[in-house]
Design a protein around this ligand. Sequence first.
Ligand code: PLP
Length: 409
Amino acid sequence: MLKLDFHRTGNHFLQIPGPSPVPDRVLRAISLPTIDHRGPEFGALGMNILAEIREIFKTAHPVIIYPASGTGAWEAALANTLSPGDPVLMFETGHFASLWAKMAARLGLEPEVLAYDGADEQLPDAPGWRRGVQADLIEDRLRRDRAHRIKAVCVVHNETSTGVTSDIAAVRRAIDAAAHPALLMVDSISGLACADYRHDEWGVDVTVSGSQKGLMLPPGISFNAISPKALEASKSARLPQAYWAWNEILAANQTGYWPYTPSTNLLYGLSEALDMLRDEGLEQVFARHERWAGGIRAAVAAWGLPIQCAQPECYSPVLTGVITPPGVDADALRKLVYQRFDLSLGMGLGKLKGRMFRMGHLGNTNDLTLIAMTAAVEAGLKLSGVPLAGSGVDALTAHFSSLRPDAAA
Ligand SMILES: *Cc1c(COP(=O)(O)O)cnc(C)c1O
């Protein structure tokens, strides 16, 4: 057996933007004995979780829970609602939006990918990977689709590869302004339970999410929140659906069960995490993330380094991407910080590989942990020979001292 002796003394600092650190309470819940997933206790647990998870999505409609990673729930959203050859409109905000489009093509759909139409001095080859979804481009494209061939608009709420949060309500307004019947599908895998999210109010038809980011669970379960319109579309969708089929799961969920073995122990963890989020209150959870994010941005500004997100109104409360100066390999910096300080930072994904790193500030963390992260990054930058304009640690500490933890950002 491979010894798990890579664990060093003290706590590892897991500062990637998901999986995020799992609270001890959740780990303890997960460690309870596995029970019969067809027995009465499980049915009661299932009913409770299926009711309470709706509050997190802010929906009155069903939320499907899969024993799968977020990618599985992406596939489920598309496969349940669409038919072979259906055109789907997607918006390239970064790596995850691109991967979802690639998946749509593999499933036999016809993705059309819109992207930011302006320039960017810092990243001339990836201007759209610094910005949010442009609802006006979506509206314009839908207006031109007079025959209503486009069946869905798919966007990423919090683009985890860049640290950009898009305005989903604006996308809804764009679809409505074009009077277009396309479904609205949103990936909020990393946004949910960190950033404000409203499935019903924003008229989202399918919200895709996962366990290992804002929900503070280990990886392994994922979600589809579905609107009545999406459910209706699923009745005539012709892409093959088997494992992902909503109808069988919804039928079993009526009594708190699943058609196959669900992730019993992860559901214990979810139940515990839902209690924690409810006790704190979602609005306070969002304010806590905004406050942390404001502090980390103050630190990056003090260093004098560019933030990956170029649009202040789209700054992510979940993570902050930092662009390294030309000639400084962000992956070498990450490796150094990991080796010296036992702290993991998120890597630059896709086109951004080696050019930026990502600082996660989500879920089960606190001020002092984020100060430690910032200190490790600051030390790593200095060891890498990056000239810094000032101390990010000082800026972050000042930010946290001036804003009480229970204050809104
Ligand atoms: C993490 C993430 C995914 C992928 O989820 P997996 O659980 O790794 O399959 C997709 N989209 C976004 C926005 C993510 O943050």
